[in-house]
Design a protein around this ligand. Structure first.
Ligand code: HEM
Length: 437
């Protein structure tokens, strides 16, 4: 990628792109290998790339900031009247709302994600890790994603709903797996077409509905401390389907993304022994030097669970000198921008040191794993604290030895899932324990 931003071409001309930015070929290439396609598109065509006639990728952090923060009034996340349910979406949730409706729902949830609640989250994460580590036999090979998913499910449910999930956990995991299968499939038919993937999704969403109903009905009042508490207390003003949609999206978005981030972190540490050693030393001192937080940020840079997000132009908008017509879908890719050598020296290397002592990228919007602006991730502090605390708790108790790291690959579904991360676990002896009698 070029270092300097080229001077803007005259307004109105179409941005360049693969195959001239037109045609079904690009859509097919994207469907088969989205990460490779976006990376090549940026490398070969610059900072504003026409992917198809109605889709444009913005690569430069200036444009990321403009799209998510400055011009968010010209761009919408959810088109008016768009119903996202279609079997997968939950249309009444804040995440799928716009305008005043979105603002009201976001205000309602916000207090449950305040920083005062993070100390409780950390202590709960610690306990959850201790239980998990206790279940591992010395030297056993574990499926890291499976184990991290269980952890994330437990920690997330307590923070969001006030208690760990019982039987509901399977329904939630199944629904998430079905959504991931659907979104990673290169050929996506409308959800009413009875393909095996669509049918399994419909079944999973029905089962999830029943589980969520049990969770909502069984909620014990908590003074509105948790998100579920806040939603239930509003009843009957908030109708049941609204509570259900909100709870479903919170549990689902908090679960898969965080499990993916934790798994990627274990993978990255397996490829960087020095960083792993530094984390172990830091973990023995309860992470006071911020190294675990730096590891969490660096893993989210290299393997961002949200690897692409999009907006739609509600009216004509200008980016990089090009005037994009209303209706253009604008893509921003964390995968592409966060691996750009202009903003991150040695972009493909896992180097937590780049985040130490408050340091960060040279450009504010070169790093946006949680989005930015008014619609930035509601659970960002929760997720960061959780990943950091789990890293500290895990690494103070165990050492991971990667098994077949060369086979690991990302699967870009709705989240960037790690495939094939396995490790042998060895318990760490507390310092000096070996010598004590
Ligand atoms: C590592 C974990 C996570 C990542 C990488 C992540 C990423 C993101 C991103 C990129 C967005 C913005 C999407 C856009 O602008 O189109 C977002 C929005 C959101 N996230 Fe997260 N997220 C994570 C964890 C969580 C957790 C733990 C929760 C809650 C329990 C959560 C709840 C939400 C909600 C409700 C929104 C929608 C906000 C709105 O529309 O106003 N996320 N997330």
């Amino acid at each position: 990628m070029t270092q300097a931003r080229p001077s803007p071409p005259p307004r109105g001309r179409r941005p360049p792109g693969p195959s001239g930015g037109r045609g079904a070929a690009n859509a097919a290439d994207f469907a088969v290998d989205p990460l490779g396609f976006l990376t090549r598109a940026a490398r070969d065509h610059g900072d504003v790339v026409a992917l198809t006639s109605g889709n444009v990728l913005l690569v430069h952090p200036d444009d990321v900031g403009r799209a998510l923060v400055d011009r968010d009034r010209n761009l919408v996340k959810v088109r008016p009247g768009e119903r996202r349910r279609g079997g997968t979406g939950f249309p009444l949730a804040m995440m799928n709302s716009e305008g005043e409706d979105w603002a009201r729902k976001r205000r309602r949830l916000q207090p449950a994600f305040r920083s005062e609640r993070l100390a409780g989250l950390r202590s709960h994460a610690h306990d959850a890790v201790a239980r998990t580590v206790g279940s591992w036999a010395e030297g056993r090979t574990i499926d890291v994603h499976k184990e991290m998913s269980r952890l994330a499910m437990r920690i997330g449910a307590v923070h969001i709903a006030g208690r760990p999930l019982g039987g509901e956990a399977d329904a939630l995991a199944d629904a998430v797996a079905a959504v991931m299968r659907l979104t990673s499939s290169p050929v996506r038919l409308p959800t009413w077409v009875p393909t095996p993937v669509n049918l399994s999704l419909r079944r999973a969403v029905r089962a999830l509905d029943a589980s969520l109903r049990r969770l909502i009905d069984g909620h014990r009042p908590d003074g509105g401390a948790t998100a579920l508490g806040r939603l239930v207390e509003e009843r009957p003003r908030a109708p049941f389907p609204e509570i259900r949609d909100e709870l479903a999206t919170l549990l689902m978005s908090g679960y898969e993304t965080t499990a993916d981030a934790l798994t990627w972190l274990v993978h990255c540490l397996g490829t960087a022994p020095e960083a792993d050693g530094a984390l172990a030393a830091s973990a023995r001192a309860a992470g006071a030097d911020g190294y675990a937080a730096a590891c969490a940020k660096e893993a989210l840079r290299l393997y961002p669970p949200a690897w692409v997000i999009s907006r739609e132009a509600a009216r004509p908008v200008e980016f990089g000198g090009y005037l994009l017509p209303a209706g253009t879908v604008i893509g921003l890719s964390q995968w592409v921008t966060q691996r750009d050598g202009r903003w991150f020296p040695e972009p493909d290397r896992f180097r937590p040191e780049r985040w130490l002592d408050g340091a960060g990228p040279v450009h504010r919007y070169a790093y946006f794993p949680f989005g930015a602006g008014a619609r930035g991730c509601l659970g960002a502090s929760m997720a960061l604290s959780e990943v950091e605390e789990v890293a500290i708790a895990l690494r103070s108790q165990v050492r991971f030895e990667p098994v077949g790291p060369e086979d690991v690959r990302p699967r870009p579904a709705l989240a960037l899932q790690p495939v094939g991360v396995r490790a042998r676990v060895f318990k760490e002896h507390p310092r000096g324990a070996r010598w004590s009698r």
